[in-house]
Design a protein around this ligand. Structure first.
Ligand code: NAD
Ligand code: MG
Length: 355
C-alpha cells in the first residue's frame, strides 16, 4: 500500500512536472509558431500582394483562399499574332511564370536540372521553381528567344543557383548530344531532365499540313526527346528523373491539331514505356498534361487568332491556366519524396481533358 501510495504520489509529482514542462514547451512553441507565421507572412506577403493586382477574389474567399476562376485573367483576350517562336514578354497580358509568387522550401537542394524550352511558358515556370527549390538549372531554347532566356537566367541567379543557357535547335541530333554534354560539363552532372520544348501549329484541314510542317512537329516533339534522353541516360544515376510535357491533346485531340495531338499521345506513351524500362535502374519517368495555358506557343500559330481571343473559355474554370500554376507539379515529380511516382501523367487542365 505504502509502495502504491509512493508510486501514485510519484506519478502525481511526475505528472505535474511533465505538465509544467509541456506547458512551457507549448507556450514556447506558440511563440515560435507566431514568429514563424509572422516571418512566413513577411516573406509571402509581397508576392501575394503583387499577385493581387491580377486577382479579383470572389465572394466567400477566406484567408489563404484564392478563387481559381478569378485568380488570373479570363477571356476575351486581344488578337496578338507573333512570328514563331514568339516571346512571352510581348504577350498581352504577359504570362505569370511565378516570378513574383513562387516560394521554394529546399525540395530540390543540390539537384541539377535541364529544362528544354526553359525560356518561356511552362518550361520557364519549372526553371524558376527548380532554382528556388535549390537546383542548378540549364535551359535550352531557340536563338530568337534570347531575350526571354536572359530573364530566366537572371531569375535563376537571383535565387542563388547556377544558370546555364544553351541556345540551339533540338531538331538536330548532333545538337541534342551537345546539349547534354554541355549541361553535364557546366552543371557537373544531371539528375532532372525535363523534355518540355514543343511545336504546335493549328491547321483546319489535314490537307493544309505540308510534309515539312508535319516533319517539324514530329522532329521537335518526338525525335528530340528521344535523342536528348538517349544522350542523357548514361549520366542519370539512381534517384534521377525524367519529365515529359504531354497535353490534354493526348486524350482529347482537337480537330485543328491533327499532327500535334499525335505527338502528345506519343509523349504519354514514351513516359509510360520508359518508366517500365528505367524503373529497375532507379530512374523515375513521369509526365505533365496541361490543358490550355497562356504561352507564346498558342499566340504564334498554335491557335487561330479567333481562338486566342476566347482561349480557355470552355474549361470549367472559364480561363486559361498560367504557367505558374503548373510549376509545383514539375517540382513534385522531380522531388525525391515522390519516389514511388513513376509512369504517371499529372494533369492540370482547368477541369477538362483527362481520360
Ligand atoms: P512556349 O512557346 O513558351 O515553349 C515552347 C518552347 O519550345 C519554346 O520556348 C522554344 O524554346 C522551344 N522550341 C520549339 N521548337 C524548338 C526547337 N526546334 N529547338 C529548340 N527549342 C524549341 O510554350 P509552352 O506552351 O510553354 O510549351 C511548352 C510545352 O508545353 C510544349 O511541349 C507544349 O506542347 C506543351 N503544352 C502546352 C500547352 C499550352 O496550352 N500552352 C498545353 C499542353 C501542352
Ligand atoms: Mg519561348
Amino acid at each position: 500500500m505504502e509502495c502504491c501510495l509512493l508510486l501514485s504520489s510519484d506519478i502525481t509529482t511526475n505528472n505535474t512536472k511533465l505538465y509544467r514542462r509541456m506547458e512551457k514547451q507549448i507556450t514556447r512553441r506558440n511563440a515560435i509558431g507566431k514568429l514563424a507565421t509572422t516571418l512566413a507572412f513577411a516573406a509571402v506577403a509581397p508576392a501575394a500582394m503583387a499577385q493581387s493586382s491580377k486577382t479579383t477574389p470572389k465572394n466567400g474567399s477566406g484567408p489563404g483562399l484564392t478563387d481559381p476562376t478569378t485568380k488570373y485573367p479570363r477571356p476575351p483576350f486581344k488578337k496578338q499574332p507573333q512570328p514563331f517562336p514568339g516571346l512571352g514578354s510581348k504577350m498581352t497580358p504577359v504570362p505569370d511564370h511565378g516570378e513574383e509568387s513562387y516560394v521554394g522550401s529546399g525540395r530540390l537542394m543540390g539537384r541539377k536540372a535541364l529544362v528544354t524550352g526553359g525560356d518561356s511558358g511552362i518550361g520557364r515556370a519549372a526553371a524558376i521553381a527548380y532554382a528556388r527549390e535549390g537546383a542548378d538549372v540549364a535551359i535550352n531554347y531557340l536563338p530568337e528567344e534570347e531575350s526571354d532566356a536572359r530573364e530566366v537566367v537572371a531569375l535563376i541567379q537571383k535565387a542563388g543557383r547556377k544558370a546555364v543557357a544553351i541556345p540551339g535547335d533540338i531538331r538536330n541530333e548532333a545538337f541534342c548530344a551537345q546539349l547534354i554534354a554541355q549541361t553535364v560539363q557546366q552543371l557537373g552532372g544531371l539528375d532532372i531532365l525535363v523534355n518540355n520544348a514543343g511545336y504546335q501549329q493549328s491547321h483546319d484541314s489535314i490537307l493544309d499540313i505540308s510534309t515539312e510542317e508535319f516533319d517539324r512537329t514530329m522532329k521537335t516533339n518526338i525525335y528530340a526527346p528521344f535523342w536528348i534522353t538517349k544522350a542523357a541516360l548514361p549520366h542519370l544515376k539512381p534517384g534521377s528523373c525524367i519529365i515529359g510535357t504531354s497535353s490534354v491533346q493526348a486524350y482529347d485531340p482537337s480537330e485543328n491539331l491533327y499532327d500535334y495531338a499525335q505527338t502528345k499521345a506519343a509523349t504519354t506513351s514514351y513516359v509510360k514505356s520508359l518508366a517500365k524500362q528505367l524503373g529497375p535502374k532507379g530512374i523515375r519517368v513521369n509526365g505533365v498534361a496541361p490543358g490550355p495555358v497562356w504561352t507564346p506557343l498558342q499566340v504564334c500559330g498554335g491557335q487561330t487568332q479567333d481562338n486566342v481571343q476566347v482561349f480557355g473559355k470552355d474549361t470549367p474554370l472559364g480561363r486559361p491556366g498560367q504557367p505558374a500554376e503548373l510549376a509545383s507539379i514539375f517540382v513534385q515529380l522531380a522531388a525525391s519524396d515522390a519516389s514511388y511516382a513513376t509512369g504517371q501523367v499529372y494533369g492540370a487542365a482547368g477541369g477538362g481533358g483527362q481520360p
